[in-house]
Design a protein around this ligand. Structure first.
Ligand SMILES: [Fe+2]
Length: 136
């Protein structure tokens, strides 16, 4: 699987969630492309900070919607799932702060982290609830 690419093995079989996941990956790729075309480190730093905020807002909105589905369907592992979402958002906040403070050198690391986290979470955790719903 190529970096920042969507792969159909990430489909969990719930259309609205799958669409949001695809969109999240697309947003991430668009962001990274924008950052790549920056002409200076200074520009890249400002842009990465802005994009991290955008990503954080979008991810949060997606998580809220996903958690609503899990609540409605009485998913027993809602709480640990929710905690994973929260930790991801917290990490994005932390990255944005350290970026703003000039501590984070490479925007690549930021995008790599977000992408890895997302595909791992979808494959492991989201797939788990999708299986649970199918078995019901
Ligand atoms: Fe999730």
């Amino acid at each position: 699987m190529d970096f920042l690419e969507w792969d159909d093995d990430l489909l969990i079989g719930i259309t609205e969630v799958d669409e949001q996941h695809q969109h999240l990956i697309n947003v991430l790729r668009d962001m990274y492309e924008k950052v790549q075309s920056c002409e200076s480190i200074h520009e890249e730093r400002i842009l990465t900070g802005e994009l991290l905020k955008e990503l954080q807002d979008y991810a949060r909105q997606h998580f809220v919607e996903e958690e609503e589905i899990l609540t409605q369907k009485k998913y027993p592992d809602l709480l640990p799932h929710q905690e994973e979402h929260t930790r991801f958002v917290q990490e994005l906040v932390r990255l944005r702060e350290s970026y703003a403070a000039g501590e984070e050198a490479l925007s690549f690391n930021v995008f790599f982290f977000a992408y890895q986290w997302l595909i791992h979470h979808i494959r492991e955790k989201d797939m788990q609830y999708a299986k649970f719903f199918r078995g019901k």
